[in-house]
Design a protein around this ligand. Structure first.
Ligand SMILES: Nc1ncnc2c1ncn2[C@@H]1O[C@H](COP(=O)(O)OP(=O)(O)O)[C@@H](O)[C@H]1O
Ligand SMILES: [Mg+2]
Length: 510
């Protein structure tokens, strides 16, 4: 009687995995039906990646059994798992930059040498696979020239080319913009319609609910439950993940102040030969006020922050901080006037990943009298300050002397937010302050932002998380095509309403 085995692609039973000092997985069980999209959700550190790495043969479990397509398996390495039809796309891509897409896909999967003929055959097969899965990418482009979304497609093709019928994707959407997320899920749908099985890890509950056939929740290294998306909602799923009631961004304890902290007047940035990047943007942010900016990425939000900071030349208009016109001032002067910045890309702009935490929290504040001792840096004070940020923002780390790359994404973000808030700024430009962080870290960042706002901080909040915008903001502006096209009261705004304006819908003037 093997009918069960025919329908079950993967069964994990009682999986245990210890690392020195850590029980990463304890008695985890999971059943994935063939031809379905199965989501695994859980907070950072819950043990999701460990479980999937074990299924992929990267670790051997200390306990439990792995059954694939009805056969019990003891994978010694990923090549065993690949031979059993399993493929994995890791959180961090593993492509060779100086090769083309085609070369990357066939790299390591060619039996002998890369003759002209075998390359031609490979090209044809890859084209077939790409067409069947609706995955479009230029096979002759060098990988170095590809964006993140395209690199991910290459990784997926690579895995399919090796014959995988069970695909594991570890947080595939963490690095993608919304449009790319839609494309990825369309591809995954194609694949399951074609009989493949997808296991994907995520902590973005909305997307999990939208695309999964089944959802397994993992908490503290063990399985909590497997549910059908129709039986839960976002709040319920979040509660299962954290084992407590889900925090919400909403909550208001202070009143918007009267003093204007930031005033933009007719700010315009031209792109040579193109349409305007910022087009006549005017608004103010008051003391104790969070002004949210909603918009599809690429509609001028990034340039708006850069213009406020003086990082990009503006064509016309003015920027005022408090009573001072800083339009002609340097970035340094503007920062000294009290502007802090949580940048769009924490890896590229916010943190130095190979530097230690205390060096990272010192970053950009080296001139602060507090951290100077004559011509030298007061390292003792810098260490102390970092430790304080770690404590206050609940950054999970053994100490302040580990490199930033050793921290999970959520903890890196908490450190960054902590650094920017501990500057005691007057104005905070916060771009996606909780992007890619888990629910616990998100709640902590929300709480700190709200506390700082209540204490007088003026915040310009840019976020793709519409619930976050509605929950935190005192006023929401929509940016479309470089212009502010709508102003909404968060008490009345819904995500759907914002979505309409974000894609070009016009606001009716009452
Ligand atoms: N190779 C490893 N060595 C030691 N500890 C590890 C290793 N991989 C993961 N861990 C630890 O195991 C726990 C679970 O991690 P992980 O599976 O990466 O969680 P998740 O993917 O859910 O964020 C964490 O405490 C993590 O620090
Ligand atoms: Mg992980």
């Amino acid at each position: 009687m093997n009918t069960e085995g025919n329908q079950i692609a993967v069964a994990l039973d009682g999986i245990g995995k210890r690392f020195p000092g850590v029980i990463a997985n304890h008695d985890v069980s999971l059943t994935v039906r063939r031809g379905t999209i199965h989501a695994i959700v859980g907070e950072n550190g819950a043990g999701k990646s460990t479980l999937m790495n074990t299924l992929y043969g990267m670790h051997q479990p200390d306990a439990g059994t792995i059954t694939v397509n009805g056969n019990v398996q003891h994978f010694k390495s990923p090549s065993d798992a690949i031979a059993a039809g399993i493929g994995m796309v890791h959180q961090h891509f593993m492509l060779a930059d100086n090769f083309t897409v085609l070369e990357n896909i066939i790299l390591g999967a060619e039996p002998t040498h890369l003759g002209v003929l075998s390359k031609g055959v490979a090209r044809q097969r890859i084209t077939e696979i790409a067409t069947a899965s609706g995955t479009h990418v230029d096979l002759d482009a060098p990988v170095s020239q590809l964006g993140v979304g395209q690199r991910q497609r290459v990784e997926i093709l690579k895995v399919l080319y090796r014959g995988a019928r069970i695909l594991i994707l570890d947080e595939p959407t963490a690095v993608l913009v919304p449009q790319e997320v839609d494309e990825l899920f369309a591809t995954l749908r194609h694949l399951v319609d074609d009989g493949a099985t997808i296991i994907f890890i995520s902590h973005k509950l909305d997307e999990v609910l939208a695309v999964s056939d089944e959802i397994t929740v993992i908490r503290d290294g063990t399985t909590v439950v497997t549910v059908l998306p129709r039986d839960v909602d976002r709040a319920k799923l979040g509660e299962l993940m954290v084992g407590a009631e889900l925090p919400s961004p909403a909550g208001r304890e202070s009143e918007v102040g009267a003093a204007v902290r930031l005033q933009l007047t007719a700010l315009t940035v031209d792109a040579p030969g193109q349409r305007k990047i910022l087009d006549d943007v005017s608004f103010t942010v008051h003391e104790s006020e969070i002004v949210g900016i909603a918009g599809v990425e690429g509609n001028g939000q990034f340039e708006l922050c850069e213009a406020i900071l003086g990082l990009t030349p503006i064509t016309s208009g003015t920027v005022e901080i408090g009573d001072h016109d800083v339009t002609q001032s340097s970035t340094r002067e503007r920062k000294q006037a009290g502007v802090s910045y949580i940048p769009f890309d924490r890896h590229r702009e916010g943190l130095m990943l190979t530097s230690q935490l205390w060096e990272n929290t010192l970053l950009g504040r080296e001139d602060d009298a507090r951290f100077m001792r004559g011509p030298l840096i007061n390292t003792a004070e810098a260490h102390r300050d970092c430790t304080e940020i770690i404590e206050r923002f609940d950054v999970l780390t053994p100490s302040e002397v580990v490199p930033a790359f050793a921290l999970s994404g959520g903890n890196q973000q908490k450190l960054l937010v902590g650094r920017e808030l501990s500057n005691r700024p007057k104005i905070l430009l916060a771009a996606h302050p909780t992007r890619g962080v888990d629910i616990g870290a998100q709640a902590a960042i929300w709480a700190e932002l709200r506390k700082a706002r209540d204490a007088g901080l003026a915040v310009l909040l840019i976020s793709a998380d519409l619930d976050e915008l509605i929950g935190l903001s005192d006023r929401i502006l929509v940016m479309y095509d470089g212009k502010i096209t709508a102003t909404l009261d968060p008490a009345e705004a819904t995500p759907k309403m914002l979505g309409t304006f974000m894609t070009g819908g016009k606001q009716e003037v009452a």
